[in-house]
Design a protein around this ligand. Structure first.
Ligand SMILES: NC(=O)c1ccc[n+]([C@@H]2O[C@H](COP(=O)([O-])OP(=O)(O)OC[C@H]3O[C@@H](n4cnc5c(N)ncnc54)[C@H](OP(=O)(O)O)[C@@H]3O)[C@@H](O)[C@H]2O)c1
Length: 318
């Protein structure tokens, strides 16, 4: 079958580490099943993998990709939950299993004609969502869903600042938060965030008209100081990523004096993915797709992500 793999690591030129071509069919352990992939979406995670972050050399070559929608062995339309973990280890939440991994870290990922996953990782795809739309949801949108609706101590009507609006998780945060009745503010190096329905968009690092209840962070070092300054006393930063670096000054005095919280968040459970699909179906929210292209052109999608030349998701079709 055709697949897109990480053949080696290259921190400086990750695209040179991509290999396209024939790959053996997936092996299917007991309790697992196969999915015929119809669409898969790109995440920054795939670029990190090519740079050698989060993937160990002894696992190469590894088929890339966390996200997919396709057909199960009986021809049903399904979305694939990307977290491979044991939900019984930690109260039903597979993301808290210390042995969990994401597709493409330990087991082959979704950038292939077929993939093998545990049977329980399949969630029915609502007919209202296309394969391309559904394939955007399992990583970026699920992460945003948990950050906003589970991890952040806020509710509808709260004011939320999203840093770096152009990213996959950030666009998801704006779209989902807006639909749920939050007042969504964003920072961005471009104007596009207004198109998503953000109430106000500010230049990265700009002074805000008032302090916010919560900040959603994916950028890291480049925006961390601003995130802490943006919070009301008692506010919270929810963080799921650090694209620009992960070791900014912590500003501990501000944290304890203003009683701020820093809350980590990672992916979401299979149950949350099911609820996210229902949320999209009911609210009319659809993931923003920057471009869709055949999987055979995957390096062009990676190049656009590395250049930062995107607003929304890159989807590969089969
Ligand atoms: N923990 C999890 O479960 C999880 C899940 C998904 C993603 N992640 C992580 O979350 C991060 C975001 O991933 P993503 O795929 O959504 O987006 P991304 O492609 O990494 O981009 C994030 C956005 O950050 C802004 N940005 C990047 N560098 C910047 C800089 N130096 N200064 C200011 N702004 C900057 C840009 O926004 P503007 O262009 O609008 O300025 C960019 O679009 C990644 O590190 C990823 O690994 C974690």
């Amino acid at each position: 079958m055709f697949a897109v793999t990480a053949a080696r690591f290259d921190a400086d030129n990750p695209i040179s580490a991509i290999e396209l071509g024939e790959h053996g069919d997936p092996t299917v352990p007991d309790g697992w099943t196969t999915v015929t992939v119809r669409a898969a979406s790109l995440n920054h995670h795939d670029v990190w993998s090519l740079r050698g972050v989060g993937l160990s050399a002894d696992r190469l070559p590894m088929i890339l990709g966390c996200d997919a929608a396709g057909l199960d062995e009986d021809g049903n339309e399904v979305v694939v939950h990307a977290v491979i973990g044991d939900p019984t280890v930690a109260g039903g939440d597979e993301t808290l299993d210390p042995g969990r991994s994401l597709l493409s870290e330990r087991y082959d990922g979704t950038f292939a004609e077929r993939l093998a996953v545990p049977r329980r990782n399949l969630v029915p795809k609502p007919a209202a969502l296309s394969f391309e739309e559904a394939a955007c949801l399992p990583t970026a949108y699920l992460t945003a869903f948990r950050m906003l609706f589970d991890r952040a101590p806020i509710g509808p009507g709260s004011t939320v600042l999203v840093q770096g609006a152009g990213g996959g998780v950030a666009t998801a945060l704006i779209l989902l938060g807006r639909a749920a009745g939050y007042r969504m503010w964003a920072t961005s190096r471009s104007e596009h965030a207004l198109r998503l329905g953000a109430d106000q968009v500010f230049e990265t690092g700009a002074r805000l008209p008032e302090r916010v209840d919560a900040v959603m962070e994916t950028v890291g070092e480049a925006t961390w100081a601003h995130s802490l300054r943006a919070l009301k006393p008692g506010g919270a930063v929810v963080i799921c990523g650090a694209t620009s670096g992960s070791a900014p000054p912590a500003d501990l005095s501000r944290m304890f004096f203003l009683q701020l919280s820093v809350i980590g968040s990672t992916m979401g459970s299979r149950d949350e993915l099911g609820r996210l699909l229902t949320f999209c179906e009911q609210s009319g929210v659809r993931p923003l797709i920057d471009r869709a292209m055949p999987l055979t052109q995957a390096p062009d999608g990676f190049a656009a992500m590395i250049k930062g030349d995107l607003f929304g998701k890159v989807v590969f079709t089969l």
